[in-house]
Design a binder for this molecule. Sequence first.
Ligand SMILES: [Zn+2]
Length: 188
Amino acid sequence: MVPQVLQLDIQGTPQAWITPEQAALHLSTDDVAWAIGESRPLAVLRGGINALLQRQSVLAIPPIIALRGQARVNLFDVEPTVTRRKLFIRDRFTCAYCGDLQDPRKLQAEHIHPESRGGQYSWRNLCASCPACNARKKDRTPEEAGMPLLFVPYVPSRYEDFLLQGRNVRADVHEWLAARLPSHSRLH
Ligand SMILES: [Zn+2]
């Protein structure tokens, strides 16, 4: 699996996970304002042969790059999208009602305030649940069911969201993001 490059805006806010090839394009068009981890490139890409010099061009891809210019939207105003995969990682693959560690294939995304009663599919109203607890709780609130939550659901910060959605993230990039998590994060 290809390692991912973390793309930031010029202020250091995460914008996207991109491929080394996409990063190479930014580097070759001089879009990159600064980079982190240049001494340990994520990849070394070989380009075409330079006809004049008879030499193949070689481009070292840093693991984190910051692009010039403004981000198109103020990303801090946007709540990260909920996916089951990200939700289960946030909750450390643990059922929020009984605390059992679960196989991710068995976990369910549970509406804390029941969906049938207007509960939303949102970070604050969802938790990971084992099938048994989900079946036992039915269309009741945790209070009605006598099933208090073992941990408080929360909206991931932008840095946390990038950790949740990242795949094949190199350890130093993971650490850079983890160092910027709020204290309440369960990813610590
Ligand atoms: Zn459970």
